[in-house]
Design a protein around this ligand. Sequence first.
Ligand SMILES: [Zn+2]
Length: 208
Amino acid sequence: MQELFDITMPIHPKMPVFPGDDPPQQKWLHRIQDGDANNLSALALGSHTGTHVDAAYHFVENGITLDQIPLEVFVGKALVIEITDPESISVDELRRHPLASAERVLFKTRNSSTLSRSGFQEDFVYIEGGAAEYLVRQGVRLVGVDYLSVDAYGAESSPAHHMLLGSGVVILEGVDLSSVEPGAYTLVCLPLKVIGAEGAPVRAVLMR
Ligand SMILES: [Zn+2]
């Protein structure tokens, strides 16, 4: 039997959102309790709400949009690597983990334990620019992190976003790895098929 791990952040109005983004809204258009024939709602979501994917177009003006990324990138073997550094993911720490031929890498840091807090945590663990370059050189196609950005909060040059997205690597942000052990899995994280989008929420699961 295959074990299934849901690593998706629950979407609700009090979930953490990146400063400047709107919190998600669920507006009820019909309510059975009000005499309507059914319950029907409309969702208003930032495209980087909760667990989501970034396409190159997020940071690269002529980069590809989400609907142009082959689905194969979002489904397949993935390595969950535990990072002990409380501040950042560095080349030094990455060198201690065998990445050989890993197409998808998800980093489990102390962030996973703060993901369910409602307030945005500014001091989340991020990927250093040099570490992003190292991942590109290793041939990784998808990089996942357990908070809402691969770059440090307030890092205006966004080196990890530019390095990864500019090199054709897809970014998966906001995965909750708190109940997942490091190791090898199959990842499925399919984004909404929004034409021209620079990002979209996903339902992300790991299988073992
Ligand atoms: Zn994003």
